[in-house]
Design a protein around this ligand. Structure first.
Ligand code: T3D
Length: 266
């Protein structure tokens, strides 16, 4: 049976590099149940890809992602309340956990505003390159909620509790430049250069030492929960594994031969 087409994301997988574009620009790419299902389907394929070398996530139009689509949450006339834990468990938790566990770097090309769970999605990515005009908005408190989709875990770890608390309580926008200063993003580029940055990232991932990248990702993510002794154990185990890879052999040969290494991701 032919798979259903994607309607709210764009998705490709070429040379081991997946690309996902959230694609509801008229609603600033806010999350719907359909978008979540399409993201889950793309992740199924990415997780099953033996030669996966990276994933790039961006948004179509002027926004990156405005969090949950609030038109799906419009209150009924009878004042009926809703159990918000259902969507979090069904969609947001698996999305964020799967991205964190993907054995290849996930790069966010943050093309515009990231609000609510859209901001949490950015923070779940391993590397963030932001366009100059992009901004973060911890929009949750404005509608009487708290940061979710991992937001209360990511924020204090990345920016410290003073900034995390101020941003979450008051929901004021944090510009791309401030975000760079705070440690929320890796790089800020002029808007006009974001597309070129995406191409550079795709090439870098496709030619990278994927096993090394995966180990770096695993170790850095584990460090915030580990003791120093536990981290030594993890580094030792991972380095032992990397020492047997083709890419390590190639890296050593290339160094001795004074040439650039040609990594295969194996
Ligand atoms: O519910 C659960 O399952 C629990 C999980 C919750 C997770 C969450 O993410 S809760 C937080 C939800 N998100 C928000 O509260 C953000 C709402 N949006 C905004 O605050 C602002 O739109 C932005 C700060 C993101 C951007 O502001 P601005 O001025 O650049 O754009 P705009 O004019 O506000 O928005 C443009 C259009 O997108 C506009 O539609 P219109 O007037 O042109 O027809 C606006 O309504 C629409 N839009 C923006 N955000 C959402 C949205 N439509 C639906 N849902 C949105 N989240």
């Amino acid at each position: 049976m032919k798979a259903a087409p994607y309607t709210q994301i764009l998705y490709t997988l070429e040379n081991g590099v997946g690309r996902i574009t959230l694609n509801r620009p008229e609603r600033l790419n806010s999350f719907t149940a359909v978008m979540h299902e399409e993201l889950a389907r793309a992740l199924d394929e990415l997780e099953a890809c033996a030669g996966l070398r990276g994933l790039i996530i961006t948004g179509a139009g002027r926004g990156f992602c405005a969090g949950q689509d609030l038109s799906e949450r419009r209150p009924a006339g009878n004042g009926e309340r809703r159990d918000l834990s259902l969507m979090l468990e069904k969609h947001y938790r698996p999305l964020i956990m799967r991205l964190r566990a993907l054995p290849a770097p996930v790069v966010c090309l943050m093309n515009g505003v990231a609000a609510g769970a859209g901001a949490s999605l950015v923070l779940a990515c391993d590397v963030v390159v932001a366009a100059e005009s992009a901004r973060f908005v911890q929009a949750f408190s404005k509608i009487g909620l708290l940061p979710d989709a991992g937001g209360t875990w990511f924020l204090p770890r990345l920016v410290g509790s003073a900034r995390a608390m101020g941003a979450a309580l008051f929901g004021e926008p944090v510009s791309a430049r401030e975000a760079l200063d705070w440690g929320l993003v890796w790089r800020v580029v002029p808007d006009a250069e974001l597309a070129a940055a995406a191409e550079e990232m795709a090439q870098r991932l496709a030619a990278g030492p994927t096993r090394s990248y995966a180990a770096i990702k695993q170790a850095l993510h584990a460090s915030s929960d580990n003791t120093l002794a536990g981290q030594f154990d993890l580094e030792t185990r991972l380095q032992r594994e990397l020492g047997y890879t083709d890419d390590y052999l190639e890296g050593m040969r290339a160094f001795a031969e004074k040439r650039a290494p040609v990594f295969k991701g194996t």
